[in-house]
Design a protein around this ligand. Structure first.
Ligand SMILES: [Ca+2]
Ligand SMILES: [Ca+2]
Ligand SMILES: [Ca+2]
Length: 434
């Protein structure tokens, strides 16, 4: 019986399945633990860190060699440092790479680019305009260039200068999770600068373009600014510390923020009970000039409802930046002591989004803006006489039981009329990956 005890030497189906499962798990572990795209991103970031160190050595060396004749915007520019007539952000993206420079710089600033052929030159013709050959042998043979170097990714180098102070700033964008915002080696958030989307180095970190929140904080006339970025709790901080608010009925905190490339979060309100009580007082109500600016997304447009309101629990005084019913168009309600009511509606919708909503008022002239573009004007007949007691300021609700269902972010109040170009800048900055 030769065959009776024969044994098949091979795998059973079950064994095969176990082996395949183990191999699959191992493959997933390899991808998760090793993550090739993050390794590449980290190696690019390592180059960026080393490039910034090289520039940080080269610029002071140049300044030392040219103490009285140092020219921080180089031989090809004369008034392009901060505070001068043609303020420039010098960028490493070449002018002939087919991209258009984004429109995301503060009013009065523009990008300066050179051609690919000149990009790395150290004699003032390169992207960083200093002539490093002046008074010395250049410590750099070529200017460092970002390993990605496109406007589309936001990954490029930026240089700005301040002539009187003899200072400069170098801004670099990290691309890996490790060195990015909230990463384990976060280089961008806590560098002492004013842009959470950039690794800022140099001798003054407030020359280059700021991030959205710093742009708001830099704007004169700001009287309150709620970022709504708290992860938990009931405190809704005013970045100025003047009108700290309270989250009422637990709106959803920690929602994805409505700004591009900014980890600060937003809050979602349910439209029935949740709001921020920002002050037990009026803030801009009754002022002749004011501006309200806020980001809003996924709003219910079934009913006309407030993004921001100031109103007493009883009495006529009333101010609301709203979404109109049906269309979601930006709208204003403004009413004075004696009950004169104005309810103009703008020409553009805030449905969907994220959108930037802004209303300005100067005397009887009000103007609407959606996403940085003009969206209608109105002439008000209500006066600025506000005397009712018990006025409250609220986000996403008023004191008459109206609640907005929406995600709201970055609510700012000003006691001045923002210009159209200021509002356009804020919008472009909010959607920029700078
Ligand atoms: Ca920074
Ligand atoms: Ca800066
Ligand atoms: Ca926020």
């Amino acid at each position: 019986m030769i065959f009776s005890n024969a044994k098949v030497n091979g795998f059973t189906l079950l064994e095969l399945l176990i082996v395949v499962s183990i191999l699959t798990i191992l493959a997933v572990i390899v991808v998760v633990v090793i993550n090739p795209s993050q390794i590449l991103a980290e190696s690019r970031d390592a180059q960026r860190i080393s490039d910034s160190a090289a520039i940080k050595t080269a610029v002071p060396t140049y300044l030392l060699a040219n103490s009285t004749t140092a020219d921080l915007d180089g031989p090809n520019h004369t008034t392009s440092c901060s505070g001068e007539a043609t303020q420039k952000v010098f960028v490493s993206v070449p002018s002939d790479n087919g991209e258009t420079a984004p429109n995301d710089l503060p009013v009065g600033w523009s990008y300066s680019q050179v051609t690919s052929a000149n990009l790395g030159k150290v004699d003032g013709a390169g992207w960083l305009p200093i002539n490093f050959n002046s008074g010395q042998a250049s410590p750099l043979s070529n200017l460092p260039i970002d390993p990605t170097n496109t406007f589309a990714t936001g990954q490029y180098y930026m240089y700005t200068c301040s002539r009187g102070a003899g200072t400069y700033e170098l801004d670099i964008k990290m691309s890996s999770a490790k060195y990015g915002q909230n990463g384990s080696l976060d280089k961008m958030t806590n560098d002492g600068g004013d842009n959470v989307g950039r690794y800022e180095t140099g001798t003054s970190l407030t020359i280059g373009p700021p991030d959205y929140s710093h742009a708001v904080l830099n704007t004169s006339g700001l009287v309150s600014y709620w970022r709504l970025g708290e992860a938990s709790g009931v405190n809704a901080a005013d970045a100025l510390g003047l009108n700290n608010g309270t989250y009422v009925s637990s709106p959803t905190l920690g929602e994805a923020g409505l700004l591009v490339d900014d980890e600060n979060t937003a809050a979602t309100f349910n439209g029935s009970s949740q709001y921020v009580l920002v002050a037990s007082a009026k803030i801009i109500g009754g002022l002749s000039s004011w501006s309200i600016v806020a980001w809003v997304s996924n709003a219910s447009i079934t009913l006309r409802r407030p993004i921001y309101a100031e109103r007493p629990s009883s009495g006529n005084d009333l101010l609301k930046m709203e979404l109109n019913s049906g269309t979601g168009n930006i709208a204003l309600t403004y009413r004075d002591d004696v009950g004169t009511l104005n309810q103009p509606i703008g020409t553009a919708s805030l449905a969907g989004g994220p959108h930037l909503a802004a209303i300005t008022k100067s005397g009887t002239a009000s103007a609407f803006y959606v996403d940085g573009a003009a969206a209608g004007t109105a002439t008000l007949t209500a006066t600025d006489t506000w005397t009712n007691a018990g006025i409250e300021s609220r986000i996403s609700a008023d004191t008459s039981g109206q609640y907005l269902n929406a995600t709201i972010d970055e609510v700012a109040l000003y006691n001045v009329v923002l210009t159209p170009s200021q509002i356009t800048y804020l919008y472009n900055l909010g959607i920029s990956n700078q």
